[in-house]
Ligand binder design. Structure first.
Ligand SMILES: Cc1cc2nc3c(=O)[nH]c(=O)nc-3n(C[C@H](O)[C@H](O)[C@H](O)COP(=O)(O)OP(=O)(O)OC[C@H]3O[C@@H](n4cnc5c(N)ncnc54)[C@H](O)[C@@H]3O)c2cc1C
Length: 385
């Protein structure tokens, strides 16, 4: 066996996680309002606080958080099954998504007892939603050059600066931001810290940005002398870079990096099933299904490493790169088979769904780290750089 393959120990979902699948399916069949594919295709961009609260009432928001704080204390495999089922039907998960995946676990790991007691139960009840403030106009791929600054003062920290592309900032109550808290720009990764920012504070301005599809799911956020309390700091002053990097393997390897176009793919297959020349595309569908099966296995394998307490950052980057290429390819394959304009309502709906996914697909390989940056990490991980 090649040394490359020996590194890849494929894992499977354990039985206890698989057992959750039927429960989630049953819940979704009841709780999810019917919606056409072009709406369901939004899924992890779809903000629906009422749905997130229904899910929370069932105990499935903050699923990996400890029970004393209202969480379900489920492991990463069970969360995998839950997320997979939510995305497969195109449930609107965007409201609670970031808190469930990142902010909650981050607070558990690095937050103070006061922060845990305040934020975690509210996250699990679906009462508060979080966004991630990393990118700035001059700090995207080069995140270490963030210029937003928190200066210590008698009341805590005085915040000034700007974030951009912040998903859901205009809907969320809180942001966890990476900002400079000591030193200078030249210090790069040193002197950065994470803060929980209450977005209703005076001096915060949130301005939504529209994307190519016409949706406004992300925003610019401006901080003009925003007074934060001393308890806004998460973890240790100056450790923001290490804390942020601990989040990235979770952010890059989950089902959301392979399922973004799944509603479109399923709709296409459903239409072809009833079409006299559906078998013309059997080869394409077979190829896409093989890619999906392999990617899913790789993604579960990384989940197993995360569950074992490891930090498989390079493997997660590999999955995001391959997964987002797969998600983009789905739209391209379907585009190449479709005509324009159609009187058949099912085909017209497929075209509407395709139009949305095609317009959003370029962002798959930007959000959460661009393709070029991930490939640089993979090359370094393979000792090629
Ligand atoms: C849909 C969407 C949602 C997002 N949500 C959030 C969010 O919630 N919170 C948040 O903080 N950010 C968010 N972002 C921002 C995202 O993380 C950044 O867009 C991304 O990190 C790239 O940064 P940039 O846009 O500044 O591009 P740049 O870093 O300026 O990159 C521009 C181009 O240059 C390439 N490039 C840059 N450096 C290198 C290099 N060293 N080697 C080779 N090529 C390079 C990049 O790959 C890219 O193609 C979101 C973005 C999108 C599209």
């Amino acid at each position: 066996m090649s040394s490359l393959l020996s590194q890849l120990r494929l894992a499977t979902l354990p039985a206890h996680a698989q057992a959750l699948r039927a429960e989630v399916k049953a819940f979704l069949a009841e709780a999810l309002e019917p919606a056409p594919p072009h709406v369901r295709a939004r899924s992890w961009m779809g903000f629906d606080a009422a749905f997130s609260r229904k899910l929370a009432a069932r105990g499935w928001v903050g699923v990996t958080l400890p029970k004393p704080y209202g969480g379900a204390d489920l492991d990463a495999f069970s969360r995998y099954v839950l997320v997979e089922e939510l995305l497969a039907v195109g449930a609107p998960v965007s409201a609670h998504w970031i808190a469930d995946r990142q902010s909650g676990p981050l607070i558990v790991k690095f937050g103070s007892d006061v922060q845990k007691a305040f934020f975690l139960p509210r996250i699990c009840r679906g009462e508060i939603f979080f966004c991630i403030g990393m990118s700035e106009p001059n700090a995207g791929s080069d995140l270490a050059s963030v210029a937003t600054r928190a200066r210590p003062n008698d009341a805590g920290w005085l915040l000034n600066g700007q974030k951009i592309w912040t998903t859901n900032a205009h809907h969320c109550q809180y942001m966890i931001a990476l900002v400079r808290s000591s030193g200078d720009k030249e210090d790069r990764q040193r002197g950065l810290s994470q803060f929980i920012i209450d977005l209703s504070l005076p001096g915060v301005t949130v301005r939504p940005i529209r994307d190519l599809s016409g949706d406004a799911h992300f925003s610019e956020v401006f901080f003009d002398n925003v007074q934060l309390g001393p308890d806004a700091l998460v973890g240790t002053e100056g450790s923001g870079w290490q804390q942020v990097n601990a989040e990235l393997a979770f952010e890059r390897s989950g089902p959301e990096r392979i399922y973004s176009s799944i509603v479109l793919l399923e709709s296409w297959i459903a239409l072809l099933r009833d079409s006299p020349d559906g078998d013309l595309h059997a080869g394409d569908i077979g190829r896409l299904a093989c890619h999906l099966a392999t990617l899913r296995n790789m993604s579960i394998t990384v989940t197993a490493r995360l569950a074992a307490g490891e930090s498989p950052v390079v493997e997660a980057a590999l999955i995001k790169d391959l997964g987002t290429s797969f998600e983009q390819e789905i739209a391209q394959v379907i585009e190449s088979t479709m005509g324009i304009g159609n009187d058949n309502p099912r085909e017209a709906e497929l075209l509407r769904t395709l139009a949305y996914v095609s317009q959003l697909a370029p962002s798959y390989s930007l959000r959460g780290g661009t393709r070029e940056i991930l490939r640089g990490m993979i090359a370094r991980g393979l000792g090629l750089r």
